[in-house]
Write a protein that binds this ligand. Sequence first.
Ligand code: GLV
Length: 320
Amino acid sequence: MKPKIIITREVFDDVIDYLKQYCEVDDNQADAPYTADALAAKLADRDGVMCALTDRIDAALIARCPQLKAVANIAVGYNNIDVPACSARGIKVTNTPGVLDDSTADLAFALMLSTARRITEVESYIRNSEWTGWRLKQWLGVDVHHATLGIIGMGRIGQAIARRARGFDMKVIYHNRKRVAPEIEQRVNASYASMDDLLAQADFIILQMPYSPETHHLIDAKALAKMKPTAILINSTRGGVVDDKALVAALKNGVIRAAGLDVFEGEPKLDPGFLELKNVVLVPHIGSSTEATRRAMAMTAAKNLVAALTGQKPPNWVNP
Ligand code: GLV
């Protein structure tokens, strides 16, 4: 008998076709997110779930799903899943590392360039038909090239960002829970800095560490005050690593120059203060959102799920 699974959100058709070869599939191509109760009801007699970062797979849900054996997240981050609770029940958890590094690094760079050169501000200016002619001191931005980039979180995506920075002749410093191997530092041309040194020295700061209780509000009012008043902050990792209220205040009061944000605390809601500010570029959690990458992520999750439910070792097993 084939294992029974659900897919919680819309995915590409070929991913469903692949899964149907191995599993009995209940999909959600209508893409209406399930409430916690609906998800529990759907999962009550299911062996596996392919889910997204919009689904909370917590201890309460797991307790209501006695059959559940595998949770395949279509994301590299898995802070939406209570991994210890899954492990306690022997439920395999998987994620999708690797396939989204370059797309996410591209988006971090896009945010850095957009904030530095005020792209969204000037675009509105043109669309509002306010442009009457060229002026020497018009819309002055700041240079990305030759600036100092501080990357917090030197995992795969952090390294992909550092590689890009080389093409812009940037000086790259990084902070990570654990200093990375010297070969990696050399390869990506980045030097280790303490958190305080990074905050004080960087012209651009990109956040790329995973979200966890330890990184909750890592960037708070105190950390923002340690940055240069000309600093630009990019959050391309997870809402919650930044205290968004403190960031709104810092942007308003000139504590830092600007911010580029792909993620927000409590998204899709965001602090209304952001909408009143011109020195912030806002995008809706699209870090990995290119067609090729989202396809690769969904197929990676599918392969993880099939492996987990057919007695093989899933390639991206988070809790072996
Ligand atoms: C996206 O945010 C991911 O974690 O893959």
